[in-house]
Ligand binder design. Sequence first.
Ligand code: ZN
Length: 87
Amino acid sequence: MERQDEATQRKDVQRRLKLASLLCFIFLWAEVVGGLISGSLAVLSDAAHLTSDLMSFLFAVAAGHLASMSGTTNYVSGVSCLACMFY
Ligand SMILES: [Zn+2]
């Protein structure tokens, strides 16, 4: 029962991370376009900041996906420890 709760919770976290990634991607491109149109270096530098945020979200999504996989012969307990790095 607890394992199913954990899986449900993991899927919810993954869904939220994907939604955050999508919103970050939209704002990133809005800032790139707005920064180029207005010629604002501040807006463009914030777009660069959003790029690093987006990368961290995507790493977290990838880590969550890897953590949900079962173990292999080399990694008997799976790679669930990866999730500790990002959650
Ligand atoms: Zn940030």
